[in-house]
Every structure is written in C-alpha cells, then in structure tokens.
Design a binder for this molecule. Structure first.
Ligand SMILES: Nc1ncnc2c1ncn2[C@@H]1O[C@H](COP(=O)(O)OP(=O)(O)OP(=O)(O)O)[C@@H](O)[C@H]1O
Ligand SMILES: [Mg+2]
Length: 261
C-alpha cells in the first residue's frame, strides 16, 4: 500500500516556561487533506503547541517536518511564507485599519516597489479582499470601515477569511468560534467545510465537542502538557473523548484498538 507523506509530522516537541512544563514530548501527524481537532482542558498545552509550530515561539526540543522535509519557523511571518496560516486565540488584527488593509497586513500589494516608499495598490487589495470574503461567504457591508467598529464575530470572520485565502499548505484555528454567536459559528463551520472540500489540511482547537465531531476526521487529546492519544472521529464517541480529557479513561486501555496512543 502506498503511504502518503504527512503534511505535518511532529516528534518530541517540548517547551517549558520557567518551572511550568507547558508541553512535553508531543508527537503529532496530519495527513494530506486531513482535518484534525485538538482538544483538552484549559492549560493542557494546546495553544503552546500552536505557537511552537507557527514560529511564535521556539521549541526547547523536538522536530517539525512539513511535507516530509525538516522545517524551522523563525517567526510567524516565516511560517506564513512557508504556507501555514494561523488564526490565534488572541487575534492579531489592526483595529485602526480597514478590512483590505488587515487582510493584506504584511504582504501589501504595491504598484511601484520602492521599499519604504512603495506605492500601495489599494484597488487590487480591495478587489482581492472582496473576492476572499466572498469565497468564504463572509459578508462585510462596508470594507472601508476600520475594525474598531466591528463586532468580535465580524473581526474573527475577517481573520479566518484572510487565513483561508492565503493558506497554501495548512490552516490552524485556535478556538475560532469561542466568542461567536450561533449564526457566526455556523458561518465559520461552513468556511471549514469549504476548506475540506478544497483539500486544505486544517487543525482546529475547540472546546466544543459537537463542533469537533461535526467537522474533523481525527481528534487529538491533550492532557497536562502531553498529547495522550489520537482517535479517528468515526471510531470514538464524545463520552470517550471527555473521559480521555478528564483522565477518567486511561489511553492505554484503548491501545488495543486503532488509537495512536
Ligand atoms: N508565556 C507563558 N509564560 C508562562 N507560562 C505559560 C505561558 N504560556 C502558557 N503558559 C502555561 O503553559 C500551560 C499551557 O498553556 P496553554 O496556553 O498552552 O494552554 P491551552 O491548552 O491553550 O489552554 P486554554 O484551553 O485555556 O486556551 C499553562 O499551564 C500555562 O499557564
Ligand atoms: Mg489556548
């Protein structure tokens, strides 16, 4: 049988903050086109994991392989350049800029490239932003409004549209719907289904098990700074996942089945 190279393969990823062991010896893998969820209690190490695989922070130890090649992300911008788009739990958008400026933040389109004296091509950025928002189904009435006047949900939609539009290899969403209403949550879930249809691999961190079971192929359980188990969604249940998150179920007891523990 042919085995496909994983999009992302991680071995032994480790990070501590002073005396706090935020992540220990984490192994993880994501197949081509796969959508995976990361679940676990508050403080389990989920966001730390994301920061380490997107260049926000450097791991203390461990190896990251992207499409079979050793990868190093010197900064978030560097990770973006290598095809990984991330929406962080704490949003990184500029309140005083409008939608197109936020979407093209750090990769502005220029008419004349003269370094700091470059002339920005505002029309191209407006048109492409409108297209990106349209393909993700996000509706923003006035694109020239700054983000300051938008709700948390609208801002989140801009961030997700931006990530979905630029992601070449992988998209990572850290609790994308935690602050959203019912309709906006449904909208974000539609965007995620669209990415699945387009074959864009995705990692979503979510505390919402209904959402996780609706959306992803595989669930990775984090507990106390370790990845304790991964389960194919169709081979597990919300009860089992809750048991793994809380420690009521020992992952070793599942090892006989197809779990990767
Ligand atoms: N910059 C930091 N300095 C010190 N400790 C940190 C730092 N960032 C995270 N930690 C600690 O590392 C551990 C893991 O935190 P992390 O943010 O990864 O958890 P999480 O699983 O994302 O939780 P949540 O579900 O609440 O977002 C926690 O004990 C946290 O207090
Ligand atoms: Mg977190």
């Amino acid at each position: 049988m042919m085995t496909m190279t994983p999009v992302l393969q991680i071995r032994g990823l480790t990070r501590h903050y002073g005396g706090v062991q935020a992540l220990t010896d984490a192994d993880f893998s994501l197949a081509a086109g796969e959508h995976a969820a990361i679940v676990g209690d508050n403080g389990a190490g989920k966001s730390t994991f994301v920061r380490l695989i997107t260049g926000v922070e450097q791991p203390g130890a461990g190896q990251i392989m992207l499409n079979g090649q050793p990868a190093h992300f010197a900064s978030p911008l560097n990770a973006r350049e290598q095809g990984i788009e991330t929406v962080y739990q704490t949003l990184a958008l500029a309140e005083d800029l409008d939608v197109p400026a936020n979407i093209f933040l750090g990769r502005e389109i220029t008419r004349l490239n003269l370094g700091p004296l470059s002339v920005l091509n505002h029309q191209a950025m407006r048109e492409q932003s409108a297209q990106m928002l349209a393909t993700t189904g996000v509706r923003i009435q006035d694109m020239s409004e700054t983000l300051r006047g938008m709700s948390g949900g609208q801002r989140q939609c801009v961030a997700i549209a931006r990530a979905a539009g630029f992601a070449k290899k992988l998209i990572i969403l850290d609790e994308p719907t935690a602050a959203l209403g019912v309709q906006e949550t449904a909208r974000v879930e539609e965007i995620i289904r669209g990415l699945k249809a387009r074959g864009v691999p995705l990692i979503i961190i979510s505390h919402n098990l209904r959402q996780v079971f609706d959306l992803v192929d595989r669930i990775w359980v984090f507990r106390q700074g370790r990845i304790i188990c991964s389960r194919l969604t169709r081979q597990t249940t919300p009860q089992e996942i809750v048991g793994l998150i809380t420690g009521a179920i020992d992952p070793a007891s599942l090892a006989a089945e197809e779990a990767v523990c």
